[in-house]
Design a protein around this ligand. Structure first.
Ligand code: PLP
Length: 447
Protein backbone atom coordinates (compact mmCIF):
# COMPACT_ATOMS: atom_id res chain seq x y z
CA UNK A 1 0.00 0.00 0.00
CA UNK A 2 1.33 3.49 -0.74
CA UNK A 3 0.31 6.66 1.10
CA UNK A 4 -2.74 7.26 -1.18
CA UNK A 5 -3.99 3.82 -0.35
CA UNK A 6 -3.00 2.55 -3.84
CA UNK A 7 -1.45 -0.86 -3.95
CA UNK A 8 0.65 -1.99 -6.91
CA UNK A 9 -2.36 -3.53 -8.61
CA UNK A 10 -4.26 -0.22 -8.54
CA UNK A 11 -1.32 1.67 -9.99
CA UNK A 12 -1.03 -0.88 -12.77
CA UNK A 13 -4.77 -0.63 -13.40
CA UNK A 14 -4.54 3.10 -14.11
CA UNK A 15 -1.25 3.09 -16.03
CA UNK A 16 -1.27 4.00 -19.74
CA UNK A 17 -0.81 1.08 -22.13
CA UNK A 18 2.84 1.80 -22.90
CA UNK A 19 3.64 1.42 -19.18
CA UNK A 20 1.16 -1.30 -18.33
CA UNK A 21 1.92 -3.67 -21.21
CA UNK A 22 4.96 -2.86 -23.31
CA UNK A 23 4.54 -5.96 -25.48
CA UNK A 24 1.04 -5.01 -26.64
CA UNK A 25 1.97 -1.32 -26.97
CA UNK A 26 4.93 -2.18 -29.17
CA UNK A 27 2.92 -4.41 -31.50
CA UNK A 28 0.20 -1.74 -31.78
CA UNK A 29 2.80 0.88 -32.64
CA UNK A 30 4.39 -1.37 -35.26
CA UNK A 31 1.03 -2.12 -36.85
CA UNK A 32 0.17 1.57 -36.85
CA UNK A 33 3.47 2.30 -38.60
CA UNK A 34 2.84 -0.52 -41.12
CA UNK A 35 -0.66 0.84 -41.87
CA UNK A 36 0.53 4.34 -42.70
CA UNK A 37 3.77 3.25 -44.38
CA UNK A 38 2.23 1.55 -47.41
CA UNK A 39 0.04 2.40 -50.35
CA UNK A 40 -3.21 0.72 -49.39
CA UNK A 41 -5.28 -0.33 -52.40
CA UNK A 42 -7.04 -3.17 -50.53
CA UNK A 43 -10.73 -2.50 -51.16
CA UNK A 44 -11.83 -3.41 -47.62
CA UNK A 45 -9.34 -1.06 -45.98
CA UNK A 46 -9.83 2.51 -44.81
CA UNK A 47 -8.83 4.87 -42.00
CA UNK A 48 -11.45 6.05 -39.49
CA UNK A 49 -11.50 9.46 -37.85
CA UNK A 50 -9.99 10.17 -34.45
CA UNK A 51 -13.55 10.78 -33.16
CA UNK A 52 -14.56 7.24 -34.12
CA UNK A 53 -11.44 5.81 -32.53
CA UNK A 54 -12.21 7.65 -29.30
CA UNK A 55 -15.90 6.67 -29.29
CA UNK A 56 -15.13 3.02 -29.94
CA UNK A 57 -12.33 2.72 -27.37
CA UNK A 58 -14.37 4.43 -24.63
CA UNK A 59 -15.91 3.57 -21.26
CA UNK A 60 -18.73 1.85 -23.15
CA UNK A 61 -16.45 -1.15 -23.31
CA UNK A 62 -17.42 -1.61 -19.64
CA UNK A 63 -21.19 -1.78 -20.25
CA UNK A 64 -23.19 -4.98 -20.71
CA UNK A 65 -26.75 -4.90 -22.02
CA UNK A 66 -28.90 -7.29 -24.02
CA UNK A 67 -31.90 -6.48 -26.17
CA UNK A 68 -32.76 -3.13 -27.72
CA UNK A 69 -33.26 0.47 -26.49
CA UNK A 70 -36.27 0.63 -24.16
CA UNK A 71 -36.58 -3.18 -24.22
CA UNK A 72 -33.41 -4.53 -22.63
CA UNK A 73 -33.61 -7.90 -20.98
CA UNK A 74 -30.25 -7.45 -19.29
CA UNK A 75 -28.70 -4.21 -18.06
CA UNK A 76 -30.14 -0.73 -18.48
CA UNK A 77 -28.70 2.73 -19.03
CA UNK A 78 -30.59 5.74 -20.35
CA UNK A 79 -27.38 7.01 -21.98
CA UNK A 80 -26.63 3.77 -23.77
CA UNK A 81 -30.24 3.61 -24.99
CA UNK A 82 -30.01 7.20 -26.25
CA UNK A 83 -26.72 6.44 -27.97
CA UNK A 84 -28.01 3.34 -29.75
CA UNK A 85 -31.17 5.24 -30.72
CA UNK A 86 -29.01 8.04 -32.16
CA UNK A 87 -27.05 5.53 -34.26
CA UNK A 88 -30.35 3.99 -35.47
CA UNK A 89 -31.84 7.38 -36.41
CA UNK A 90 -28.67 8.42 -38.26
CA UNK A 91 -28.54 5.10 -40.15
CA UNK A 92 -32.17 5.59 -41.23
CA UNK A 93 -31.45 9.16 -42.36
CA UNK A 94 -28.27 8.23 -44.24
CA UNK A 95 -29.92 5.44 -46.25
CA UNK A 96 -33.60 6.41 -46.25
CA UNK A 97 -34.63 3.32 -44.25
CA UNK A 98 -37.57 2.88 -41.85
CA UNK A 99 -35.68 0.63 -39.44
CA UNK A 100 -32.03 0.02 -38.66
CA UNK A 101 -30.32 -2.56 -36.50
CA UNK A 102 -26.89 -1.22 -35.54
CA UNK A 103 -25.81 -4.17 -33.38
CA UNK A 104 -24.25 -6.72 -35.82
CA UNK A 105 -20.66 -7.41 -34.86
CA UNK A 106 -19.84 -8.02 -38.54
CA UNK A 107 -21.18 -8.02 -42.07
CA UNK A 108 -21.54 -11.78 -41.93
CA UNK A 109 -23.77 -11.56 -38.84
CA UNK A 110 -25.89 -8.88 -40.51
CA UNK A 111 -26.40 -11.27 -43.43
CA UNK A 112 -27.12 -14.21 -41.12
CA UNK A 113 -29.78 -12.16 -39.33
CA UNK A 114 -31.64 -11.46 -42.59
CA UNK A 115 -31.30 -15.09 -43.71
CA UNK A 116 -32.74 -16.26 -40.36
CA UNK A 117 -35.53 -13.68 -40.50
CA UNK A 118 -36.63 -14.73 -44.00
CA UNK A 119 -35.66 -18.39 -44.44
CA UNK A 120 -36.30 -21.72 -42.77
CA UNK A 121 -33.58 -24.39 -42.85
CA UNK A 122 -33.52 -26.01 -46.30
CA UNK A 123 -35.18 -23.04 -48.05
CA UNK A 124 -33.72 -21.86 -51.33
CA UNK A 125 -31.66 -18.67 -51.61
CA UNK A 126 -30.54 -17.29 -54.98
CA UNK A 127 -27.35 -15.21 -54.80
CA UNK A 128 -24.43 -14.17 -56.98
CA UNK A 129 -21.74 -16.87 -57.12
CA UNK A 130 -18.42 -16.31 -55.36
CA UNK A 131 -16.35 -16.39 -58.55
CA UNK A 132 -18.72 -13.95 -60.24
CA UNK A 133 -18.25 -11.36 -57.49
CA UNK A 134 -20.50 -12.59 -54.64
CA UNK A 135 -19.53 -13.06 -50.99
CA UNK A 136 -19.15 -16.39 -49.23
CA UNK A 137 -21.75 -15.46 -46.60
CA UNK A 138 -24.29 -15.60 -49.48
CA UNK A 139 -24.62 -19.38 -49.54
CA UNK A 140 -21.10 -20.72 -50.02
CA UNK A 141 -20.93 -24.36 -48.84
CA UNK A 142 -18.00 -23.47 -46.53
CA UNK A 143 -20.30 -21.21 -44.47
CA UNK A 144 -23.41 -21.64 -42.35
CA UNK A 145 -25.38 -19.86 -45.10
CA UNK A 146 -24.58 -22.68 -47.52
CA UNK A 147 -24.98 -25.47 -45.00
CA UNK A 148 -28.31 -24.42 -43.47
CA UNK A 149 -30.00 -23.25 -46.70
CA UNK A 150 -30.13 -24.53 -50.29
CA UNK A 151 -28.13 -22.02 -52.29
CA UNK A 152 -28.41 -21.53 -56.04
CA UNK A 153 -26.06 -19.05 -57.70
CA UNK A 154 -26.42 -16.69 -60.63
CA UNK A 155 -23.45 -15.22 -62.45
CA UNK A 156 -22.23 -12.68 -64.95
CA UNK A 157 -22.22 -12.70 -68.76
CA UNK A 158 -19.04 -12.95 -70.86
CA UNK A 159 -18.78 -9.13 -70.69
CA UNK A 160 -18.71 -9.30 -66.87
CA UNK A 161 -22.13 -7.69 -66.25
CA UNK A 162 -24.83 -9.46 -64.21
CA UNK A 163 -26.82 -11.86 -66.34
CA UNK A 164 -30.30 -10.73 -65.30
CA UNK A 165 -31.99 -13.06 -67.78
CA UNK A 166 -30.20 -16.05 -66.22
CA UNK A 167 -31.13 -14.72 -62.79
CA UNK A 168 -34.80 -14.54 -63.80
CA UNK A 169 -34.74 -18.04 -65.32
CA UNK A 170 -33.14 -19.48 -62.17
CA UNK A 171 -35.68 -17.69 -59.99
CA UNK A 172 -38.56 -19.16 -62.02
CA UNK A 173 -36.99 -22.64 -61.89
CA UNK A 174 -36.00 -22.76 -58.19
CA UNK A 175 -38.62 -20.41 -56.60
CA UNK A 176 -36.19 -19.07 -53.94
CA UNK A 177 -37.57 -17.44 -50.80
CA UNK A 178 -34.71 -14.93 -50.86
CA UNK A 179 -32.75 -13.29 -53.68
CA UNK A 180 -29.46 -11.63 -52.73
CA UNK A 181 -28.01 -8.72 -54.69
CA UNK A 182 -24.50 -7.34 -54.26
CA UNK A 183 -21.14 -8.81 -53.45
CA UNK A 184 -17.44 -8.33 -52.92
CA UNK A 185 -15.89 -8.07 -56.38
CA UNK A 186 -18.67 -6.98 -58.76
CA UNK A 187 -17.55 -3.66 -60.26
CA UNK A 188 -20.78 -2.33 -61.75
CA UNK A 189 -24.04 -0.66 -60.74
CA UNK A 190 -26.96 -2.97 -59.96
CA UNK A 191 -30.52 -2.56 -61.25
CA UNK A 192 -32.25 -3.12 -57.90
CA UNK A 193 -35.69 -2.30 -59.35
CA UNK A 194 -35.36 -5.14 -61.90
CA UNK A 195 -34.17 -7.60 -59.22
CA UNK A 196 -37.07 -6.57 -56.97
CA UNK A 197 -39.51 -7.20 -59.84
CA UNK A 198 -38.03 -10.69 -60.36
CA UNK A 199 -38.27 -11.36 -56.61
CA UNK A 200 -41.91 -10.24 -56.53
CA UNK A 201 -42.75 -12.42 -59.53
CA UNK A 202 -41.57 -15.59 -57.76
CA UNK A 203 -42.72 -14.63 -54.25
CA UNK A 204 -39.18 -14.06 -52.89
CA UNK A 205 -37.78 -11.35 -50.63
CA UNK A 206 -34.89 -9.23 -51.93
CA UNK A 207 -31.81 -8.53 -49.80
CA UNK A 208 -29.02 -6.21 -50.98
CA UNK A 209 -25.57 -6.47 -49.41
CA UNK A 210 -23.90 -3.11 -50.08
CA UNK A 211 -20.73 -3.68 -48.01
CA UNK A 212 -18.39 -2.41 -50.73
CA UNK A 213 -20.46 0.55 -51.91
CA UNK A 214 -22.26 1.78 -48.77
CA UNK A 215 -20.45 5.13 -48.71
CA UNK A 216 -21.24 5.74 -52.37
CA UNK A 217 -24.90 4.88 -51.68
CA UNK A 218 -24.92 7.29 -48.71
CA UNK A 219 -23.48 10.00 -50.98
CA UNK A 220 -26.00 9.31 -53.77
CA UNK A 221 -23.31 8.03 -56.16
CA UNK A 222 -24.49 4.40 -56.43
CA UNK A 223 -28.13 3.23 -56.78
CA UNK A 224 -29.81 2.99 -53.38
CA UNK A 225 -31.42 -0.46 -53.00
CA UNK A 226 -34.08 1.07 -50.71
CA UNK A 227 -37.01 1.00 -51.15
CA UNK A 228 -36.74 -1.82 -53.76
CA UNK A 229 -35.07 -4.28 -51.38
CA UNK A 230 -36.86 -5.65 -48.30
CA UNK A 231 -33.59 -5.63 -46.37
CA UNK A 232 -30.18 -4.07 -46.90
CA UNK A 233 -27.04 -5.19 -45.11
CA UNK A 234 -23.63 -3.62 -44.99
CA UNK A 235 -20.38 -3.60 -43.13
CA UNK A 236 -19.66 -0.27 -41.46
CA UNK A 237 -15.96 -0.34 -42.29
CA UNK A 238 -14.57 -0.50 -45.88
CA UNK A 239 -16.14 2.15 -48.12
CA UNK A 240 -18.52 3.54 -45.43
CA UNK A 241 -15.37 4.55 -43.50
CA UNK A 242 -16.64 3.54 -40.10
CA UNK A 243 -15.51 1.32 -37.28
CA UNK A 244 -15.77 -2.45 -37.59
CA UNK A 245 -19.24 -4.02 -37.61
CA UNK A 246 -22.45 -4.38 -39.60
CA UNK A 247 -25.86 -2.80 -40.12
CA UNK A 248 -29.24 -4.11 -41.24
CA UNK A 249 -31.70 -1.67 -42.80
CA UNK A 250 -35.31 -2.59 -43.46
CA UNK A 251 -38.49 -0.99 -44.76
CA UNK A 252 -41.03 -3.41 -43.36
CA UNK A 253 -42.08 -3.35 -39.68
CA UNK A 254 -42.73 -7.10 -39.36
CA UNK A 255 -39.44 -8.01 -41.08
CA UNK A 256 -37.57 -5.54 -38.88
CA UNK A 257 -38.92 -7.29 -35.75
CA UNK A 258 -37.82 -10.68 -37.09
CA UNK A 259 -34.35 -9.32 -37.94
CA UNK A 260 -34.03 -7.90 -34.42
CA UNK A 261 -34.98 -11.24 -32.85
CA UNK A 262 -32.68 -13.15 -35.22
CA UNK A 263 -29.75 -10.98 -34.25
CA UNK A 264 -30.40 -10.91 -30.51
CA UNK A 265 -30.88 -13.35 -28.86
CA UNK A 266 -30.51 -15.93 -31.68
CA UNK A 267 -27.11 -14.92 -33.11
CA UNK A 268 -25.54 -12.47 -30.67
CA UNK A 269 -25.71 -11.54 -27.01
CA UNK A 270 -24.58 -8.17 -25.80
CA UNK A 271 -23.78 -5.59 -28.49
CA UNK A 272 -20.24 -4.16 -28.54
CA UNK A 273 -21.39 -0.75 -27.36
CA UNK A 274 -18.12 1.04 -28.08
CA UNK A 275 -18.56 0.02 -31.70
CA UNK A 276 -22.20 1.15 -31.64
CA UNK A 277 -20.91 4.56 -30.47
CA UNK A 278 -18.28 4.51 -33.23
CA UNK A 279 -20.98 3.67 -35.79
CA UNK A 280 -23.06 6.64 -34.53
CA UNK A 281 -20.08 8.94 -35.16
CA UNK A 282 -19.42 7.38 -38.60
CA UNK A 283 -23.06 7.82 -39.59
CA UNK A 284 -22.96 11.42 -38.35
CA UNK A 285 -19.95 11.97 -40.63
CA UNK A 286 -21.91 10.40 -43.50
CA UNK A 287 -24.51 13.18 -43.20
CA UNK A 288 -21.98 15.96 -43.85
CA UNK A 289 -21.17 17.64 -47.21
CA UNK A 290 -17.47 16.77 -46.72
CA UNK A 291 -18.39 13.09 -46.76
CA UNK A 292 -20.19 13.38 -50.11
CA UNK A 293 -17.18 15.24 -51.45
CA UNK A 294 -14.86 12.46 -50.23
CA UNK A 295 -16.95 9.87 -52.09
CA UNK A 296 -17.02 11.91 -55.29
CA UNK A 297 -13.21 11.69 -55.13
CA UNK A 298 -13.27 7.96 -54.25
CA UNK A 299 -15.34 7.21 -57.36
CA UNK A 300 -13.38 9.56 -59.64
CA UNK A 301 -10.17 7.95 -58.38
CA UNK A 302 -11.49 4.41 -58.96
CA UNK A 303 -12.42 5.35 -62.52
CA UNK A 304 -9.04 7.04 -63.06
CA UNK A 305 -7.27 3.97 -61.65
CA UNK A 306 -9.26 1.61 -63.90
CA UNK A 307 -8.53 3.74 -66.99
CA UNK A 308 -4.82 4.03 -66.14
CA UNK A 309 -4.53 0.26 -65.51
CA UNK A 310 -6.04 -0.33 -68.95
CA UNK A 311 -3.69 2.23 -70.49
CA UNK A 312 -0.86 0.19 -68.93
CA UNK A 313 -2.12 -2.80 -70.91
CA UNK A 314 -3.81 -4.63 -68.02
CA UNK A 315 -7.18 -6.34 -68.49
CA UNK A 316 -9.78 -4.55 -66.35
CA UNK A 317 -12.98 -6.59 -65.90
CA UNK A 318 -15.99 -4.94 -67.62
CA UNK A 319 -13.65 -2.24 -68.96
CA UNK A 320 -14.21 0.13 -66.03
CA UNK A 321 -16.00 0.56 -62.72
CA UNK A 322 -19.01 2.09 -60.95
CA UNK A 323 -17.69 1.13 -57.50
CA UNK A 324 -14.67 2.06 -55.35
CA UNK A 325 -12.41 -0.59 -56.91
CA UNK A 326 -11.30 -2.07 -60.22
CA UNK A 327 -10.82 -5.80 -60.86
CA UNK A 328 -7.88 -6.92 -63.01
CA UNK A 329 -7.53 -10.31 -64.67
CA UNK A 330 -3.88 -11.21 -64.08
CA UNK A 331 -3.83 -14.47 -66.10
CA UNK A 332 -2.50 -12.76 -69.27
CA UNK A 333 0.56 -11.83 -67.17
CA UNK A 334 1.16 -15.49 -66.34
CA UNK A 335 0.16 -14.87 -62.69
CA UNK A 336 -2.65 -15.80 -60.34
CA UNK A 337 -4.22 -13.31 -57.92
CA UNK A 338 -2.23 -14.48 -54.91
CA UNK A 339 1.14 -14.21 -56.65
CA UNK A 340 0.15 -10.83 -58.05
CA UNK A 341 -0.88 -9.56 -54.58
CA UNK A 342 2.44 -10.86 -53.19
CA UNK A 343 4.37 -8.93 -55.90
CA UNK A 344 2.52 -5.74 -54.92
CA UNK A 345 3.05 -6.39 -51.23
CA UNK A 346 6.80 -6.60 -51.90
CA UNK A 347 6.49 -3.08 -53.34
CA UNK A 348 4.58 -1.72 -50.32
CA UNK A 349 1.23 -1.79 -52.15
CA UNK A 350 -1.80 -3.47 -50.57
CA UNK A 351 -4.27 -5.31 -52.87
CA UNK A 352 -6.58 -8.34 -52.73
CA UNK A 353 -6.64 -11.55 -54.74
CA UNK A 354 -10.22 -12.29 -55.88
CA UNK A 355 -11.69 -15.19 -57.88
CA UNK A 356 -12.92 -14.49 -61.41
CA UNK A 357 -15.76 -16.19 -63.33
CA UNK A 358 -14.73 -19.77 -63.98
CA UNK A 359 -12.39 -20.06 -60.96
CA UNK A 360 -13.33 -23.14 -58.98
CA UNK A 361 -12.46 -21.60 -55.59
CA UNK A 362 -10.52 -18.92 -53.75
CA UNK A 363 -7.31 -20.94 -54.03
CA UNK A 364 -7.45 -20.40 -57.77
CA UNK A 365 -8.27 -16.67 -57.63
CA UNK A 366 -7.28 -15.20 -61.00
CA UNK A 367 -8.10 -11.58 -60.23
CA UNK A 368 -6.71 -8.63 -58.35
CA UNK A 369 -9.02 -6.11 -56.67
CA UNK A 370 -7.57 -2.60 -56.33
CA UNK A 371 -9.58 -0.04 -54.35
CA UNK A 372 -9.45 3.70 -53.75
CA UNK A 373 -11.37 4.22 -50.46
CA UNK A 374 -8.25 4.23 -48.26
CA UNK A 375 -5.90 6.21 -50.51
CA UNK A 376 -8.58 8.85 -51.07
CA UNK A 377 -8.87 9.31 -47.30
CA UNK A 378 -5.14 10.07 -47.43
CA UNK A 379 -5.60 12.72 -50.10
CA UNK A 380 -4.94 10.82 -53.33
CA UNK A 381 -6.16 12.37 -56.58
CA UNK A 382 -6.42 11.22 -60.20
CA UNK A 383 -2.75 11.92 -60.99
CA UNK A 384 -1.69 9.77 -58.01
CA UNK A 385 -3.98 6.99 -59.29
CA UNK A 386 -2.27 7.07 -62.69
CA UNK A 387 1.09 6.79 -60.91
CA UNK A 388 -0.23 3.93 -58.75
CA UNK A 389 -1.38 2.10 -61.90
CA UNK A 390 2.11 2.50 -63.38
CA UNK A 391 3.67 1.00 -60.22
CA UNK A 392 1.16 -1.87 -60.24
CA UNK A 393 1.83 -2.65 -63.90
CA UNK A 394 5.61 -2.50 -63.37
CA UNK A 395 5.43 -4.69 -60.25
CA UNK A 396 3.57 -7.42 -62.16
CA UNK A 397 6.13 -7.68 -64.98
CA UNK A 398 8.39 -10.75 -64.93
CA UNK A 399 11.76 -9.95 -63.37
CA UNK A 400 10.47 -6.66 -61.97
CA UNK A 401 12.75 -4.83 -59.49
CA UNK A 402 10.40 -4.76 -56.50
CA UNK A 403 12.88 -3.06 -54.18
CA UNK A 404 13.24 -0.14 -56.61
CA UNK A 405 9.45 0.28 -56.93
CA UNK A 406 9.10 0.00 -53.14
CA UNK A 407 11.47 2.95 -52.68
CA UNK A 408 9.44 5.13 -55.06
CA UNK A 409 6.17 4.09 -53.37
CA UNK A 410 7.57 4.79 -49.89
CA UNK A 411 8.83 8.22 -50.95
CA UNK A 412 5.33 9.22 -52.14
CA UNK A 413 3.61 7.68 -49.12
CA UNK A 414 5.84 9.68 -46.77
CA UNK A 415 4.40 12.89 -48.27
CA UNK A 416 0.79 11.93 -47.54
CA UNK A 417 -1.15 13.13 -44.50
CA UNK A 418 -1.20 10.47 -41.73
CA UNK A 419 2.50 10.06 -42.26
CA UNK A 420 4.33 13.33 -42.72
CA UNK A 421 4.64 14.24 -39.07
CA UNK A 422 2.60 12.13 -36.69
CA UNK A 423 3.59 14.29 -33.71
CA UNK A 424 2.23 17.47 -35.31
CA UNK A 425 -0.63 15.83 -37.20
CA UNK A 426 -2.47 13.94 -34.45
CA UNK A 427 -5.92 14.31 -35.98
CA UNK A 428 -4.93 12.73 -39.26
CA UNK A 429 -2.75 10.12 -37.72
CA UNK A 430 -4.69 7.06 -36.65
CA UNK A 431 -3.18 5.55 -33.49
CA UNK A 432 0.07 7.49 -33.38
CA UNK A 433 3.08 5.19 -33.24
CA UNK A 434 4.84 6.31 -30.07
CA UNK A 435 8.56 6.25 -30.81
CA UNK A 436 9.29 5.12 -27.24
CA UNK A 437 6.92 2.18 -27.50
CA UNK A 438 8.59 0.96 -30.66
CA UNK A 439 11.92 0.49 -28.92
CA UNK A 440 10.57 -1.25 -25.81
CA UNK A 441 11.23 -4.94 -25.28
CA UNK A 442 8.33 -7.35 -25.63
CA UNK A 443 8.63 -8.75 -22.08
CA UNK A 444 5.34 -9.21 -20.24
CA UNK A 445 4.67 -6.48 -17.66
CA UNK A 446 5.84 -7.10 -14.08
CA UNK A 447 2.93 -7.29 -11.70
C1 PLP B 1 -20.19 -8.06 -49.68
C2 PLP B 1 -19.70 -8.47 -48.33
N1 PLP B 1 -20.60 -8.85 -47.41
C3 PLP B 1 -20.23 -9.24 -46.18
C4 PLP B 1 -18.90 -9.25 -45.81
C5 PLP B 1 -18.54 -9.80 -44.47
O1 PLP B 1 -18.11 -8.88 -43.59
P1 PLP B 1 -17.39 -9.35 -42.21
O2 PLP B 1 -16.01 -9.76 -42.60
O3 PLP B 1 -17.45 -8.12 -41.37
O4 PLP B 1 -18.17 -10.47 -41.66
C6 PLP B 1 -17.93 -8.84 -46.72
C7 PLP B 1 -16.52 -8.81 -46.29
O5 PLP B 1 -15.58 -8.81 -46.94
C8 PLP B 1 -18.33 -8.45 -48.03
O6 PLP B 1 -17.44 -8.11 -48.96
Amino acid sequence: MDERGDDDGQRHFHAPLAQADAAVARLLALESRRLVGRLELGASENYVSLAQQQASASALGNVTVEGYPGARFLGTSPYVDALEQLAIERACRVFGARHANVQPHSGTQANQAVFMAVLRPGDCVLAMGLADGGHFSHGDPATLSGQRYRAVHYGVRADGFIDEDELQALARQHRPRLIVAGGSAYPRAIDFARLAAIAREVGARLMADIAHVAGLVAAGLFPNPLPHADAVTTTTYKNLRGVRGGLVLTMDDALARRVDEALCPTLQGTPILGLVAGKAVALGEALTPAYADYHRRVLANARALAAALQAQGLHVQTGGTDVPFAVVDVRPLGLDGRRAAACLDACGIGANAVPLPGDADFARASGLRLGTSAVTTRGFGAVDCAQAAAWVAAALQPGSDHAHIAEAVAARVRQLPFYADPERDPVHHPIRPAAAALSRPTDPPRR
